[in-house]
Design a protein around this ligand. Structure first.
Ligand SMILES: Nc1nc2c(c(=O)[nH]1)N[C@H]1C(S)=C(S)[C@@H](COP(=O)(O)O)O[C@H]1N2
Ligand SMILES: [Mo]
Length: 432
């Protein structure tokens, strides 16, 4: 059993059933067939409210949790599994308290199946640069990338555009990310702009797009699962990397071994993993996950639940922050100052300030905010809070970027895909 104090929703401690440590294949298969209230309840070891509303075959999160062997994939077992096929896991806020997120704590977002690590021949892995807007296709081996270009190491946050989706109402379809679809690792590689300088790019270039080695859930690799990109002007900036290492080691297979894009400030979906090809396009890229409601939001504001006539591609991510210490639910000794810290980031130039409140937003305390190690890097904030009486408190954090935009209290801009939620993070503490 684990006990937790959650902000707002509950005023006293609630107890959740512990998910089963592991679920055998046969019990899982049985569950998938049965999917009855009884089957679900026995599988998670507790009564599941509203189980009758589960569509057939949908695995509740507690079951997916049991379906993942965390140590086999090199992941911290506290990551929360949002789906196991494809594998999607988010990081609880307190596991993002390191300046540089340890790789075993980085969230994972797969759209299909990663290539088999054993099948990857690194010595012969090539990156092809092609497309309507290059005069001549060019290929680079990994060794050529490493030898011919300046190697850089940069601290760049990566955030899934759907991070925060769970807060939309009416609910938005897709992985129900809460706050942890973000991480702050250190990437090593070369700059895409340096590589493009050696390629004959035509004047009419509009967009760059990636193609990768992952497969559809069926195993089909004949067409891409996801192939996204960004305006060519972005490719010319210093925060777009072709990375082969993270936190000083090879990329783990889950995170794109042996090569991936890391596009600073943009939705994580642009940071293509298992990178094989970059196409320089003479139009906005039209690969899978570039159209419909994928990574696109209403151009003009719509009411929640409404349909939009015009969709615009989500580019720079909005300003955001996360309280990474203390952990929600802790008890704090009265009379002692409480250190609050976190991470803040923005798709704009930089985060200008972060404030915290412990009285539901009635007053705000300016935090000490560090500058980023490099452009598009995350920034740490911290503050010491003093409480004048014992009791239940919520700590809220609110970041403001260099354009003057600040995080809203509630989820802004409802959109069908549930993208770009940057509502403030809140934690609950009890001062005793
Ligand atoms: N080839 C490929 N690249 C991909 C994806 C994918 O499914 N296939 N997922 C994207 C999405 S939606 C996100 S949010 C990030 C997640 O990166 P991570 O799993 O390393 O944290 O990878 C992006 N790159
Ligand atoms: Mo994503």
């Amino acid at each position: 059993m684990r006990k937790e104090l959650l902000p707002g929703r509950v005023q006293k401690e609630v107890t959740y059933p512990t998910p089963p440590a592991a679920l055998t294949n046969s019990s899982r298969r049985k569950f998938l067939k049965g999917s009855s209230l009884f089957a679900i309840s026995t599988a998670v070891g507790a009564h599941v409210p509203f189980a009758r509303f589960f569509p057939d075959g949908l695995i509740p999160v507690a079951l997916a949790q049991g379906a993942v062997d965390f140590s086999a994939i090199g992941k911290n077992h506290e990551l929360v599994v949002l789906g196991d096929k494809p594998l999607v896991m988010e990081t609880p806020a307190h596991l993002l308290d390191d300046d540089i997120t340890p790789i075993e704590q980085l969230f994972t977002r797969n759209n299909g199946l990663p290539p088999d690590r054993a099948s990857i021949d690194v010595a012969n892995w090539t990156l092809t640069i092609d497309g309507e807007s290059v005069m001549k296709e060019v290929k680079f081996t990994l060794a050529e990338l490493k030898n011919r270009f300046r190697i850089v190491t940069q601290h760049l946050w990566i955030e899934c555009a759907g991070n925060g989706r769970a807060s939309f109402y009416p609910p938005a379809k897709g992985n129900q990310w809460t706050y942890g679809g973000v991480g702050f690792p250190m990437w090593t590689g070369v700059l895409l702009r340096d590589v493009l300088k050696t390629v004959d790019v035509k004047q009419d270039a509009v967009y760059f797009a990636y193609y990768s080695a992952d497969a559809h859930l069926s195993g089909d690799t004949s067409k891409p699962v996801i192939s996204r990109g960004a305006p060519i002007t972005k490719a010319r900036q210093g925060d777009v990397m072709l990375a082969w290492a993270v936190n000083g080691g090879d990329l783990p297979i889950l995170h794109g071994y042996p090569l991936r894009l890391v596009v600073g400030g943009y939705p994580g979906s642009v940071s293509g993993k298992w990178l094989q090809r970059i196409s320089i396009r003479n139009k906005v890229h039209d690969g899978p996950k570039m159209g419909g409601t994928d990574y696109r939001v209403a151009c003009e504001p719509i009411a929640p639940g409404e349909e939009s006539k015009n969709y615009c591609i989500l580019e720079q991510m909005p300003v955001k922050s996360l309280i990474t210490f203390p952990r929600s639910g802790i008890q704090h000794e009265f009379g002692q100052p409480m250190t609050v810290r976190g991470q803040a980031w923005t798709g704009q130039k930089q985060v200008q300030e972060v404030h915290v409140s412990y009285n539901f937003g009635q007053t705000w305390v300016a935090t000490q905010l560090k500058s980023a190690r490099n452009p598009s890097g995350p920034q740490r904030f911290s503050a010491d809070l003093k409480f004048s009486q014992k009791g239940y408190y919520e700590i809220w954090a609110r970041a403001t970027d260099n354009t003057g935009k600040m995080q809203p209290m509630v989820t802004p801009g409802w959109n069908a895909g549930g993208y770009g939620s940057n509502a403030m993070h809140r934690i609950a503490v009890r001062v005793v």
